[in-house]
Design a protein around this ligand. Structure first.
Ligand code: FES
Length: 142
């Protein structure tokens, strides 16, 4: 089978799907290659992510990846969300086909973009290196 049960589950029943009116931070990223777009909204209180929402104009793997990513950062400190890697998302999804790995990179980058937005809005200093987009995935697109 091409997709794991976990991927199919999160694709069919995405967690935290939707927008957020009063978000404290928003991150949006696009994949230059496929044109897909992902947006992540964060509600943050005392440095803890109390709520997360996402919308993805993208493929099923992007939907499953963002759904899983929102579950993984909900209730966590902002600094921990920043450490979320696409590899961790893929592991939690019990794998993605190789040509779909870049879809999980989109989830990692959207979370990072939202955290950056939070830091920028609140004048919190950060190491710019943490937000450098580098070759993080094996698909050859990044
Ligand atoms: Fe574009 Fe999956 S094909 S994010």
């Amino acid at each position: 089978m091409l997709y794991s049960e976990k991927v199919m589950d999160h694709f069919r029943n995405p967690r935290n799907l939707g927008t957020m009116e009063d978000a404290d931070a928003v991150g949006e990223v696009g994949n230059a290659k496929c044109g897909d777009i992902m947006r992540i909204y964060l509600k943050i209180k005392d440095d803890i992510i109390t709520d997360v929402k996402f919308i993805t104009f993208g493929c099923g793997s992007a939907i499953a990846s963002s759904s899983m990513a929102t579950e993984m950062i909900k209730g966590k400190p902002v600094s921990e969300a920043l450490q979320l890697s696409n590899k961790a998302v893929v592991e939690a999804l019990e794998g993605l086909p190789a040509h779909k790995l870049h879809c999980s990179v989109l989830a990692e980058e959207a979370v990072k973009a939202a955290v950056k937005d939070y830091y920028d809005k609140n004048g919190i200093a950060y190491d710019k290196e943490q937000f450098k987009q580098g070759p993080t995935c094996a698909c050859g697109d990044h």
